[in-house]
Design a protein around this ligand. Structure first.
Ligand SMILES: Nc1nc2c(ncn2[C@@H]2O[C@H](COP(=O)(O)OP(=O)(O)O)[C@@H](O)[C@H]2O)c(=O)[nH]1
Ligand SMILES: [Mg+2]
Length: 360
């Protein structure tokens, strides 16, 4: 699963990328248009706790792939333009993370000259919407012709879905806000539509506005209520400095600035959630591990996430929910309390289930 950091140049994408990756900023990359990729662990307190209890040789977290894409720049005519190279970069991402600049710093230029977060968000939304609209317009023309000529049932079913999307975009609404069922979505998979991708909007808040951060986040919620996006305020510069400190120094640093918690945890958890993912666990002396699955996965599909053999030779899943395990303290106690179950292949795995797959 890939998440792309996108936005204008100098909005704080690379600094956030490095913060999340726990890497020092590579000064030689500043100003260069290179895409960076990092596989990052999704923090999960439940996995931490299970690891404490089982004391395994290995702990393996769920992961997501984070992409730092080159930002949009002002071109020679003084305007910021979306390039096809930029769009191609963004298309492959499963979810988008707009990084929007709210911080004011005279030493850092802004490609549109002034700091105006709502304008920047609307700029990205409009450009992406236009890109989707153009793509579907071309597709519609061809589809309508093909449907008349061909007997292909798939094409016939695709046409109304594309028409529905097109009409929605014409009303200047992103496809994120259109109700589509799983079948309809299947027809759209190949298009990589930008406004259909789940969206997080990260507002890079000025470090001098720490006391007003809730108010600032709230003010965007009202303005952006029609976007169906998660809004997360963060302090780009402070978060980065914080990430470079040893654990014991972090608390003092946060006290100094008056911040209660790092935004990182929330960013990663939210990313995971908006991708429609959740986790189940496997536990033991060798390894405690969080496995990433789609929210509607069955026990058999979940077994397949571990190993294809487990899918093919699936018999049953032993299931205890994390909360029950913590409450009762052992699998034996869970059995006594009726919290230990054997489930068949159609069982819908819940977030936080601890599974042991029985297979032949
Ligand atoms: N004052 C301040 N500067 C920031 C903040 N976030 C990023 N910057 C600075 O803005 C510049 C551009 O940041 P960068 O992450 O490279 O932006 P990108 O072009 O979006 O990747 C760098 O010099 C950063 O140090 C912030 O929250 N406050
Ligand atoms: Mg950058």
């Amino acid at each position: 699963m890939q998440i792309g950091l996108v936005g204008l140049q100098y909005s704080g994408k690379t600094i956030l990328f490095n913060t999340i990756a726990g890497k020092e900023i590579d000064e030689t990359l500043i100003g260069k248009d290179e895409t960076q990729i990092e596989v990052v662990n999704v923090p999960d307190e439940r996995l931490d706790k299970l690891t404490l209890l089982f004391n395994p040789k290995k702990k393996v977290s769920a992961t997501i792939e984070l992409y730092d894409t080159p930002g949009l720049k002002m071109s020679d005519d003084g305007k910021v333009k979306i390039t096809s190279e930029f769009l191609n970069n963004v298309k492959n991402n499963d979810a988008l993370f707009y990084i929007i600049r709210q911080f004011v710093d005279d030493t850092v230029p802004h490609p549109m000259n002034t700091v105006d977060p709502v304008r920047d968000i609307e700029f990205l939304e409009t450009e992406f919407l236009f890109s989707d609209l153009t793509l579907l317009e071309n597709r519609l023309q061809r589809l309508r012709k093909d449907v008349q000529k061909s007997k292909d049932e798939k094409l016939k079913m695709e046409l109304p879905v594309v028409e529905k999307c097109y009409a929605h975009l014409e009303e200047e609404k992103p496809l994120r806000t259109l109700k589509l069922d799983d079948n309809q979505r299947k027809h759209l998979l190949g298009y990589q539509l930008l406004t259909l991708k789940p969206l997080i909007i990260g507002i890079n808040v000025d470090e001098n506005s720490i006391n007003d951060v809730d108010e600032i986040a709230g003010s965007y919620k009202d303005k952006l209520v029609n976007l169906d996006a998660e809004i997360i305020p963060f302090f780009g510069k402070i978060e980065y400095e914080l990430s470079m400190l040893e654990d014991e120094d972090k608390e003092a640093f946060m006290d100094d600035y008056g911040i209660k918690e790092s935004a990182l945890h929330k960013i990663l958890r939210t990313s995971y959630k908006i991708l429609g993912l959740h986790s189940f666990f496997t536990v033991g002396e060798d390894e405690c591990r969080a496995w990433t699955i789609k929210q509607n996965y069955t026990a058999q599909q979940s077994a397949g996430a571990i190993h294809t053999d487990f899918y093919n030779k699936f018999i049953r899943a032993e299931v205890v929910h994390y909360e029950d395990y913590i409450k009762h303290g052992s699998f034996a106690k869970c059995k006594e309390a009726g919290a230990w179950r054997l489930e068949g292949k159609e069982y819908k795995v819940l977030d936080g289930d601890i599974l042991n797959i029985r297979h032949s």
